[in-house]
Write a new protein. Sequence first.
Length: 94
Amino acid sequence: MKLKGFWNDPEGLSIGDIVIWATLPPWLYTAYHYALAADLSGNQVDFFLTLTYPLLMVLGGKAISDLPPLKRLKIEFPISDERDDRGVNSSPRI
C-alpha cells in the first residue's frame, strides 16, 4: 500500500497540508513545555486546546473523506457562464 502525502501528490500541497505544517511546530513546542511544567493555569490549558482545533479539523476531514459511503457519493454542480436557473443573465451590470 502506497501512502499518499504532499511529497508524492501530483496536485501539490493542499490547504490541509499547509495548515498542519503551520500549526504542528507551535503545538509540539507548547506540548513539550506544558508537559515539563509543574503547574498549569486554565489559560494555558485553553491556549493548548485552541492550538489543537486546526489539527483536529484537518485530520477529521481526512478521516471523514475516506469513509466508503462518501467516496461513492459525488456531487457535481453544473457550471454555466451564460444564465442561471431563473433565466436571468448572471453577468453583473456595470
